[in-house]
Design a protein around this ligand. Structure first.
Ligand code: SF4
Length: 202
């Protein structure tokens, strides 16, 4: 499958998830706190290269792939390369530097669930949401137990792996996942014509 088709498939999956999350947010009233970047500031975020392929492709089309690859290679911090904290002293407040192209993990966290050992759905969200919206959080837990639909991490990762098993099932630290995604795009176009409408890229 070509890179462009893989990117389209991943974006279609994201689009479907966005709709599900939107419904979940409207039903439960659970939302991220404006300006909070606590989950992005965590140093141990992991992702698959495939979920960052749309991001890598957009960087490639902007002609910045080599520059960003170099920056990722030289990156010393394990915090996500795309995270833009408000300031050095306020690392927990900030925003994503490329929200539109964020990964699957970024989309699911807070609004996705996993099955526990007993097969019960457990919402995976942050302490801040649990504490700030404790009533809504408890009501949501009960609603999920009673069958409220919630996107499931493992189901979405399975769907991702169906697009490309190698790139979709390999889980790496987030910066490494982005680097592998960029390398994948660069290798692909090393001996192929550039995407339609883009003459001077990378
Ligand atoms: S890609 Fe964006 S949303 Fe995802 S962890 Fe990095 S900064 Fe946060």
């Amino acid at each position: 499958m070509s890179i462009a088709r893989k990117v389209n498939s991943v974006q279609r999956l994201f689009f479907r998830l966005e709709k599900e999350i939107h419904t979940f947010q409207n039903t439960t009233g659970l939302n991220c706190i404006a300006g909070c970047g606590k989950c992005c500031a965590k140093p141990d975020i992991e992702a698959s290269p495939l979920e960052f392929l749309p991001w890598a492709f957009s960087i490639f089309k902007e002609g910045r792939a080599l520059e960003v690859l170099k920056a990722l290679t030289e990156e010393k911090s394990s915090m996500c390369h795309l995270y833009r904290p408000l300031s050095l002293t306020e690392q927990a407040s900030g925003s994503c530097g490329d929200y539109q192209h964020r990964g699957l993990i970024c989309r699911l966290f807070g609004y996705g669930a996993n099955r526990d050992k007993l097969g019960q759905m457990r919402l995976i969200t942050c302490t801040l949401i649990k504490n700030t919206f404790s009533d809504r959080y408890e009501a949501t837990k009960t609603a999920i137990e009673k069958g409220l639909y919630v996107p499931v991490f493992t189901d979405y990762y399975q769907k991702l792996a169906q697009i490309d098993l190698k790139l979709g099932s390999k889980i790496l630290p987030v910066n490494k996942a982005m680097k592998v995604a960029l390398e994948e795009v660069l290798y692909y176009y090393a001996y192929r014509p550039f995407p339609k409408g883009y003459k001077k890229v990378a």
